[in-house]
Design a protein around this ligand. Sequence first.
Ligand code: UDP
Length: 260
Amino acid sequence: MTDKNTQSNMINIRGLTFRDITPEEALNTAIGALSGDGKKKTPFVVYTPNAEIAQLCVEDEKIRECILSADMLVQDGAGIVLASKILKKPLRYKIAGIDLGEGIVKYAAASGKKVYFLGAAPANSERKAVALIAEEKLAEKYEGFKLCGWHDGYFKLEMTDEIIKDINDCGTDILFVCLGAPRQELWVKENRDKLNVSLVLGLGGSLDGYAGTVKRAPEFFIKINCEWLYRLIKQPSRFKRMLKLPKYIFGALGERLRGK
Ligand code: UDP
């Protein structure tokens, strides 16, 4: 990562480096990347790994390197916070990527910064593209919010240059990349230098959350740190990948016992 290793509040949890900051501080750091007059040479990149992705990083060095190439990682989920406590390097807050993204949308609506959504399902016979429904729902909450452009997330890799041209031609300041992890992070790493934008956020299934096409867990599940359980009940097909969560936690316990 770029500047962050020099910061005193950095905490390394199982190979990924997080800042022990509040959700507001994370939002302000991301907004800070938008403060220059012109576009930066390369965008400020934010990823929001959860414990599943963090475990994938433990298992796959290439993906770990990719995730670590971000300028800021935020701990999206109770799993990473729990691992940090087990390792006696406690992170105080979990920072939900979906909330961070919404904070950015709120800021963009008020400041006129241009937002582009890349990701989620295209239109089908029953509904519009998820990105457009997300735009509509967010505009109901944040007056004046309007995308400068969007593209669904089911494109052939050969179309990447065309999509990047569209992103740049729209004058995008802020790019949400919502292709699922680690696909979105690998895509950003590959294309970062071609993106003439100030801020890139990898936000997984957030567009579905804003659009309401996938319901977020009720407050109760969030409060007891069991958002993952709600997700599992709603999307049982996630079972296999969710096994990474206990693996990650047991890995932290193992590290602790070995006194690592
Ligand atoms: N997605 C996409 N392109 C793909 C695969 C997935 O745009 O090729 C979208 C999918 O429609 C969903 C999001 O990426 O909106 C991923 O959601 P998921 O819950 O799998 O990701 P996570 O938040 O766990 O990373």
